[in-house]
Design a protein around this ligand. Sequence first.
Ligand SMILES: *Cc1c(COP(=O)(O)O)cnc(C)c1O
Length: 446
Amino acid sequence: MKSSNQSEWIARSLKSVWHPCTQMQHHETLPLIPVSHGRGAWLFDAEGRRYLDGISSWWVNLFGHANPRINAALKDQLDLLEHAMLAGFTHEPVIRLSEQLAARTGNMLGHCFYASDGASAVEIALKMSFHFWRNSGQGEKQEFVCLKGSYHGETIGALMVTDVALFRDAYGPLLQRAHVIESPDFRQAREGETAADVARRAAGKLEALLQERAGKIAAVIVEPLVQCATGMAMYDPLYLSEVRALCDRYQVHLIADEIAVGCGRTGTFFACEQANIWPDFLCLSKGISGGYLPLSLVMTRDAIYQGFYDADVRRGFLHSHSYTGNPLACRAALATLAIFDEDDVLNRNRQRAARITEALAPLAEHPKVRHFRNRGMIWAFDAVIGDAAAAASFPQRFFAAALQRELLLRPIGRTVYLMPPYVLDEEETVRLAAATRAAFEEVIGA
Ligand SMILES: *Cc1c(COP(=O)(O)O)cnc(C)c1O
C-alpha cells in the first residue's frame, strides 16, 4: 500500500472486502484506515499518519509490529519448510513448541493439539471432552456450562458457549445452548462484599447446577481472571480454585480458554497460575504467534490423551484442519517464547504496568469513570453516560476521537480498555495515557 492515494484504497476496500465485526453501512461515516506498515507499537497509514496500537491489533501483537527477532526466525523458516501436513508427518518447530509449552505447565498439560484460530481451539476442547467421556462409557455427559457474558468465538460450536447477545442471538435457532451461570465479575459485588465474596457466591451457583445435572455435564468453560470480549470483566482468582475443586468433586472437565488472557497478558504466563490450578484443557491462540500468523492449540493432560489411545480408529480424535501445526506459525511462536525468556518479559511488564497505571491515575479519578480496573497488561474503566443515545454512539465516537490523537482504541459498549503490546517505552506510555484521557474528555463532554 505504497500509493499516497488513500481515499482510493478506502473505496476499493469497501467495494470488495467484507470487514469483520462491522455493519458495513457504518463506514459511510466511520473512518477506515488503510495500513501501509507497522513498527513497534505503531501502525502507519498510506499518508504517513501513525497510530499507537493500544489494543495490540485485537489482542494478538505482544512484541510490536515488524519485530526484528520474529522476522528473522520467519525468514529462516521460510527457506527450510513453509508447510507440511501434520498427519503422518512431523517437524522440528511443532515438536519444540509442544515441548516448551508443556514445560511451562510443569508437564501437567503435556499433549498439544493444533488448529489455526481461537474458535476452532474451543471447539476442539468441547469435542475432546465429550469424546473422552464417551470413550470412558459416560456418553450421557453431553452438556456444557459457560459464564454469563462469556466469549469463546463465533463459529456455531463456539457460539454455543458464548453469551454475548449481539454475536449470538441472530443464530439462536441453530445453537444447542449451554448452561449459562452467574459470572464472578467483581462489579456484581453487593454492599459490603469483597471480590472474593462474589467469587464464592458465583461458585455456589455452579455447584447447585452440577448437583442438579449430575452425570449430564461434560465440561465447564471459563476465561480465567478476565472475561475480555464482554468488556474486561475481572474477577478474583479464588473463583478458579473453587471451580477446579467443584469439577474434581463432580467429575466434570475444566476448560480454560486462555486465548486472550494467556501469554503473559494477566501478569503470569498462564492466567491459571494465579489460582495455582491447571485445567483439563487449556486453549491458546492470539498472542502465541506474537500476532504474526494464525495459530491456536489445545493442551491437555496425559489421562485425557490416554482415553483416546487405542487400536480402534474411532476411539481416536479424528479432528483436523489443513494448516494444523503450520511450521511458519510454530516458528513465530517459538521466537515469541524466546523473547519471554531472553528479555525477562513477565518481570519487566510488572514495572511497565506500574508506569501505565500511574499515568492513567487522573482518569481513574475522573468523576465520569467507574470501576477503573487493571490486571497485568489490561486496563479498563466504564464511562458514566446518562443518555441512552449518547451511550449507544459512545464506542464509535471514542474510536474516532482517539484516532485523531494518534491512538487506536476500540471501546466495548461503555467500557474503554487498553491492551497494549509489551514494548511501550516511557514516552509512549505518557502518550497513551494523555491521548486516552483527551479522547475521553472530548467524547464525554467534560
Ligand atoms: C478471540 C477469542 C476467541 C476466538 O478466537 P478467534 O481466533 O477470533 O476465533 C475465543 N476465546 C476468547 C477468550 C477470545 O478472546
